[in-house]
Design a protein around this ligand. Structure first.
Ligand SMILES: [Cu+2]
Length: 340
């Protein structure tokens, strides 16, 4: 007599649980083969802010030693943080200073750089800087445990566009989780004044199956499609471009409507190439410079179409005003006299 209600309850439980698993499976499938639309709303609640990151340079707390050496002190904290990396996609990140990418550190060649690293995360981490420095400042050893601290100190050299990232194994996961940033060393002989910006090409494998689900510039897919970057016709634009994409062997950058001067690793005042296509492997970076001659909306994107379909795409909005271009934006300057 009492069996019938029990069977009903069991059947109901089976139906409900099947529904839950079906929803989960559905979510996982769509997450793995994600195609978010570039027409989606902006991410509103994330601490990732590509507009702020684009032109935000951290020059550190500055002091000068008796011998005239400029000291630049930075503090970087690693932490576990859940970030909204695309509309309604939340990612359990490990991040420097709570965001992806970490802050863009900037010094001039010859400066003393002192970075206090505090690990508030749940995993051991380090900061490995690209550039010249002693072995004990290389950020491979020692690993800094949760709750630990370490001070990295070295002379900023050579001038160029470098990067930093965690070097704890498995390094691919520590990078995929978000532990990287840009390190710019300016030459003592300044570059020409320009509208400067930083672009980090990255990716997220959000389900940890070693296939990337999202590709971005500066942390949020399609951000600069929805929020085009405004530049003036004729003004010199300089981009510090870094590729930290994991799991795919290459990434690239294609500019529409113009060509750019290419300075590989930013370690020379003379451009290496005049082109509209740049392919970078993991950890590679370059400075590019260009001026638009015509107003309008111009796309920039990965020429790997899978990457641009999954978020690596943006627009420059070129507006009238400020036209004063000399004719330095042509190929004739390439490999001419050494301006170094
Ligand atoms: Cu790490």
């Amino acid at each position: 007599m009492s069996v019938k209600p029990t069977v009903v309850v069991l059947l109901l439980a089976v139906v409900i649980l099947t529904g839950i698993f079906a929803i989960n499976a559905d979510y996982n499938t769509s997450n793995r083969e994600v195609h978010i639309s570039s027409m989606h709303n902006n991410v509103e609640r994330s601490s990732i802010d590509p507009d702020k990151f684009l032109t935000n340079f951290d020059y550190g707390r500055v002091s000068v030693l008796d011998d005239g050496t400029v000291v630049r002190e930075f503090t970087i904290t690693a932490e576990d943080v859940t970030l909204e990396i695309a509309p309604n996609i939340y990612f359990d990140a490990w991040a420097y200073n709570g965001t992806i990418p970490g802050p863009t550190l900037r010094a001039t060649e010859g400066d003393m750089v002192r970075v206090t690293f505090i690990n508030n995360g749940s995993q051991p981490h380090t900061i490995h800087f690209h550039g010249k420095h002693p072995a004990d400042m290389d950020g491979v050893f020692p690993m800094i445990p949760p709750g630990g601290m370490f001070v990295y100190e070295f002379t900023a050299e050579p001038y160029g566009l470098h990067l930093y990232h965690c070097h704890v194994s498995p390094v691919a996961e520590h990078i995929n989780r978000g532990l990287y940033g840009v390190f710019i060393v300016d030459p003592k002989i300044s570059r020409e004044p320009a509208k400067e910006m930083v672009m980090v090409l990255n990716s997220y494998d959000t389900d940890f199956d070693r296939e990337n689900n999202f590709y971005t510039v500066n942390g949020i897919p399609f951000h600069y499609v929805k929020n085009p970057i405004e530049v003036k016709r004729g003004e010199l634009v300089r981009i510090y471009l870094v590729n930290i994409t994991e799991l795919d062997p290459i990434n690239n950058f294609h500019l529409h409507g113009d060509l750019f001067k290419l300075y590989r690793t930013g370690t020379n005042h003379v451009p290496d190439e005049f082109t509209d296509m740049l392919t970078l492997s993991q950890g590679e970076r370059a400075i590019i410079e260009f001026r638009y001659d015509y107003p309008g909306l111009y796309m920039f994107h990965a020429h790997v179409i899978e990457f641009s379909d999954k978020g690596w795409m943006g627009f420059f909005k070129v507006v009238e005003d400020g036209y004063g271009s000399d004719d330095s934006n042509d190929a004739s300057a390439i490999n001419s006299d050494d301006g170094n």
